[in-house]
Ligand binder design. Structure first.
Ligand SMILES: CC(C)(COP(=O)(O)OP(=O)(O)OC[C@H]1O[C@@H](n2cnc3c(N)ncnc32)[C@H](O)[C@@H]1OP(=O)(O)O)[C@@H](O)C(=O)NCCC(=O)NCCS
Length: 120
């Protein structure tokens, strides 16, 4: 098994858990196809209140702290909320990965976190 280092942050309000976001410091072959650098979820009872948008917004400076120049985010093509959140936070669609028959496709987005390295 090829594990990578990752850090999980919790979004809390007072002493109440709202959701979590995980920043993977590097990718492996599996994460390149599913998972990506950043994964987030909001507890079901707290959904549709803007926390999903907020948690990814808060994760971006954290990903920069881990020295990521750009972050890969992956979600299913039927996950309307995740698509909106990723695009609103600067996600640019790279491609779609087909899965088995009847399964949603995976959408791969990149969020540029830092200006690209200038090798000139
Ligand atoms: C995806 C997820 C994080 C969204 O969290 P959330 O707190 O409900 O999202 P928000 O309230 O910030 O909503 C963001 C946008 O998505 C829309 N939205 C939220 N849930 C939706 C749903 N079930 N269907 C359609 N649109 C939805 C909201 O209306 C909002 O749109 P707007 O910006 O036009 O107003 C949450 O549903 C979740 O944890 N899902 C399971 C894990 C997952 O899919 N993670 C993402 C992939 S890594």
């Amino acid at each position: 098994m090829n594990f990578v280092p990752q850090t999980t942050y919790w979004l809390v309000e007072g002493d109440e858990f709202i959701g979590r976001v995980t920043v993977r410091h590097i990718l492996n072959k599996l994460l390149e196809k599913e998972g990506g650098h950043i994964g987030f979820d909001i507890r079901p009872s707290k959904r549709r209140k803007g926390y999903g948008m907020k948690i990814l917004q808060l994760a971006i400076p954290k990903a920069k702290e881990w020295d990521l120049e750009k972050a890969l985010l992956i979600c299913n093509d039927n996950n309307e909320a995740a698509i909106k959140i990723i695009k609103a936070n600067g996600g640019v669609l790279q491609d779609r990965i087909k899965q088995g028959h009847g399964l949603p496709q995976k959408l791969r987005f990149w969020i540029q976190l830092k200006p690209p390295e200038d090798y000139s």
